[in-house]
Design a protein around this ligand. Structure first.
Ligand code: PEP
Length: 247
């Protein structure tokens, strides 16, 4: 069985002092949870957060990575740099695709670099509102999965986050049937690529998950956890979401 995995994505929020406080509070409340938990924090706070959660069950992650090992790539961060500080890294978040020109091809390069490193990836996929309205959700998900996750050894190290873009940061959540249908479809696409290994790959739902809707979303058969944005900045909300995840 797949152990649920709840990850917070703090995006570009928190000062270092706030990051320490938030991470320490999550760590203090995380004992005894039935799920894996990670906090994906801004690059400058990785060291502080690593210290704040030391000795707890909370893992640390980054929000992006570059595929080259080193060199003249101003502003970029490599897998080796991150591996000193954290275990997880988000790849292909819709905000990276929307604002920073990421494509399925760049997602694939990043994923290949991550798989070759000690880091474990959380790969984000999801359709835009007009794509859903136009009936293209499955085409989009199929393309994102088949191209973004191609050419790498897929295993239980990989997490896929299904995040319908129209539900991210909007307060609008996918209906349980929509979330289940999309996650089931993604697992089917993964099965074509890696056979039975697809049943070991965790698929998170992301998009305005909060303490109120978490139990319903996390009980869906193909939803193995959540990627949480806004609510991960509030200790009580985030821990309530974690508690809603049952093994
Ligand atoms: C996200 O950033 O991945 C996300 C799902 O954000 P939110 O929970 O705020 O919708």
């Amino acid at each position: 069985m797949r152990k649920p995995f709840v990850a917070g994505n703090w995006k570009m929020n928190t000062t270092e002092a706030e990051a320490r406080e938030l991470a320490a509070a999550v760590a203090a409340g995380a004992a005894g949870l039935a799920c894996d938990v990670a906090l994906c924090v801004p690059f400058p706070h990785l060291a502080a957060v690593r210290e704040a959660v030391r000795g707890s069950a909370v893992g640390v992650g980054a929000q992006d990575v570059y595929w080259e090992a080193k060199g003249a790539f101003t502003g970029e961060v490599s897998t080796a740099m991150l591996a000193d500080y954290c275990r997880y890294v988000i790849v292909g978040h819709s905000e990276r695709r929307q604002f920073f020109g990421e494509t399925d091809a760049t997602v694939q390069k990043k994923l290949a670099a991550v798989i070759a490193s000690p880091l474990d990836p959380i790969v984000c996929v999801g359709e835009l509102l007009e794509e859903r309205r136009g009936g293209h959700t499955q085409d989009v998900l199929s393309r994102q999965v088949c191209e973004g996750l191609s050419g790498v050894e897929l295993s239980a190290r990989v997490t896929v986050a299904y995040e319908p873009v129209w539900a991210i940061g909007t307060g609008e959540t996918a209906a349980p049937e929509q979330a289940q249908e999309a996650c089931r479809f993604i697992r089917g696409e993964l099965r074509k690529m890696c056979g039975g290994v697809a049943d070991q790959i965790r698929i998170q739902y992301g998009g305005s998950v909060n303490a109120e809707n978490a139990a319903t979303l996390l009980s869906l058969p193909d939803v193995d956890g959540a990627l949480v944005g806004g609510a991960s900045l509030k200790v009580d909300q985030f821990l309530a979401i974690c508690r809603a995840a049952r093994a």
